[in-house]
Design a binder for this molecule. Structure first.
Ligand SMILES: Cc1ncc(C[n+]2csc(CCOP(=O)(O)OP(=O)(O)O)c2C)c(N)n1
Ligand SMILES: [Mg+2]
Length: 550
């Protein structure tokens, strides 16, 4: 065995774990890692801001189920990156953030950019640690991969003291780790069958992480056999297929009133993978806390989540991919009593998602979303951040493949651009698009430069209504007519795209959209379509009140 530097040992561990790409903003605090990456077969995406780099890594975790890896420098690099770490925590995404750390001998003097990472990231990660000696790198990195994936997935932060990265050690690598995956107890599965046999109005809610295609197939067969209505949770609509006869829609911000009522009035709730947090539960109004009015069967990979908010009747601590195959043994004795109600609810979903309302102005945004959805291949990855503009996508986009919706359940603006860049890098054969608000886009719009630099063609559709529309909507409700801090004066986003070396176009009318989109695809470059939405079109469901100041 030969001696290697800490930087080399660390990069060799990434290779051993099967890491194919990392994102970073370089820093002088981890030069030895950058140098080791020079020789490694790892795709390094150099980003413009650590928030963008961290979100790209988070999106990798969402897409693959293995940790996305991001490197940033100490102090401001780490605090910038916290944007992506917080998303990984709330969205249960495996991710590892490596942070260059000051020299150990300078600690506690508030040295240049010094931070106590355990304190800063303590409530935002599953584990935050620092590696003191290079001979412990293999052990601790392997553990980080395990922690990030096992149980409820989430982020790990590892600080790397500068002198540790150049010190030499002789230590063997640790082979690739796979998360331990428990199986559901057969007695719980039998108890579920009994519950369903006695149920009158059951419904399944799919969400969270830990899904794979086979798990969705198994769920689709199970739903079909039992005519069981299935909905998806907030920003997890790709956990099922829109055209399945049992699909009844998604629970998000402003869900369909019919779907809401179904969940509230259900007698048995089968919650698989999700937490039914504030957004999908319409601010915790759908399920009583702590004891639900419905009989709750909760399947979640983190045992600590079961009963944290809602007391389950049956608690099954396994990821969806381990649970739904066990449903294969369950069959109803006859035609379930709710079969007609399921068919009606599916028809209601088709109606709800298919109908667009006439908006004020020349840009019919709902029609544009439907046109995109109908004309792009089913494996198109749709990415977004936060804002009212997302309401149209969530209402009208119909998903049929896992991994085609990348959106923060944490509600973080600025998510779409970095996520779409990672999606295209990861799946170069698929189309990757972002729909962003004019506020949302500029929170990580700088990563457009990353896409140009690394030749990653994707398309951003910026919905410009000249305001932080969501907050304006809340203001109109609570403080009508008093517009405070929510107006935006925007740049020319098409010119922005061109200045960065991409393709840019302005779209003012609905009919201009399709040809502009086509030209954006044909350009083969990262592209922005700057679309103007009338500010009176305040949300997917509602216009600005009459007479409100614009
Ligand atoms: C990082 C972050 N900062 C602030 C917010 C609060 N917030 C939620 S939506 C929103 C406005 C979004 O504006 P825009 O992207 O223009 O979309 P619109 O609502 O106008 O469609 C704001 C400021 C947030 N969710 N995330
Ligand atoms: Mg806006």
């Amino acid at each position: 065995m030969s001696a290697r530097t800490g930087g080399q040992i660390l990069v060799d561990q990434l290779v051993a774990q099967g890491v194919e790409r990392v994102t970073c903003v370089p820093g002088e605090s981890y030069l030895a890692v950058l140098d080791a990456l020079y020789d490694a077969k790892i795709d390094v995406l150099t980003c413009r801001q650590e928030g963008g780099a961290a979100i790209m890594a988070e999106a990798y975790g969402k897409l693959t189920g293995r940790p996305g890896v991001c490197f940033v420098t100490r102090g401001p690099g780490a605090t910038n990156a916290s944007h992506g770490v917080h998303i990984a925590m709330q969205d249960s995404t495996p991710m590892i953030l490596f942070v260059g750390q000051i020299e150990t001998g300078m600690r506690e003097r508030e040295a240049f950019q010094e931070l106590d990472y355990r304190a800063v990231f303590g409530s935002m990660t599953k584990w935050t640690t620092e590696i003191d000696t290079p001979d412990r790198i293999p052990e601790l990195v392997a553990r980080a991969f395990r922690v990030a994936m096992q149980g409820r997935p989430g982020p790990v932060v590892i600080a790397l003291p500068e002198e540790m990265l150049v010190a030499l050690a002789e230590v063997p690598d640790v082979p690739r780790v796979e998360p331990a995956t428990p199986a559901p107890a057969p007695a719980d599965v039998t108890a579920l069958e009994k519950l369903l046999e006695g149920a009158k109005k059951p419904i399944a809610i799919l969400g969270g992480s830990g899904w794979d295609e086979a798990a969705i197939d198994a769920m689709a067969d199970f739903a079909d056999r039992w005519s069981l209505p299935v909905c998806t949770s907030f920003r997890r609509a790709d956990r099922f297929r829109w055209d399945h006869r049992c699909y009844v829609g998604d629970l998000g911000i402003g869900p369909s009133p019919k779907l809401s009522a179904m969940v509230k009035e259900a007698d048995v709730l089968l919650l698989i993978g999700g937490r039914m947090s504030e957004m999908p539960s319409s601010s915790y109004t759908m399920i009583d806390i702590p004891v639900p009015q419905q009989t709750l069967v909760h399947v979640h990979p983190g045992a600590e989540e079961l009963g944290r908010v809602y007391a389950p009747t049956i608690a099954i601590p396994v990821p969806p991919r381990a649970f739904t195959p066990a449903l294969a043994s369950l069959s109803p004795k006859g035609m379930p009593a709710w079969a007609d109600a399921t068919a009606e609810a599916h028809a209601a979903y088709l109606d709800w998602s298919g109908k667009t309302r006439k908006l004020p102005g020349d840009f019919q945004y709902g029609e544009v979303v439907r046109w995109l959805n109908e004309n792009l291949p089913a494996d198109t990855v749709l990415c977004n951040g936060a804002g009212n503009f997302a309401g149209w996508m969530h209402r009208h986009w119909r998903f049929s493949q896992l991994g085609t919706q990348l959106a923060p359940t944490s509600g973080s603006m600025g998510y779409g651009v970095p996520a779409a860049i990672m999606a295209k890098r990861q799946k170069p054969g698929s189309t990757s698009i972002v729909i962003a608000g004019d506020g949302d886009f500029l929170m990580n719009g700088q990563e457009f430069a990353t896409a140009v630099q690394h030749d990653i063609p994707f398309i951003v559709i910026v919905i410009d209504n000249g305001m932080y529309g969501t907050i304006r909507m809340h203001q109109e409700r609570d403080y009508p007519g008093r517009v405070s801090a929510t107006r935006l004066k925007n740049p020319d986003f098409a010119a922005y795209a061109k200045a960065f070396g991409g393709h840019g176009e302005v779209v003012r009318r609905t009919e201009e959209f399709a040809p502009a989109f086509q030209r954006a695809v044909e350009s083969g470059k990262p592209a922005i379509l700057h679309c103007f939405l009338d500010p009176r079109a305040l949300s997917v469901g509602k216009d600005m009140p009459e007479g409100a100041p614009l």
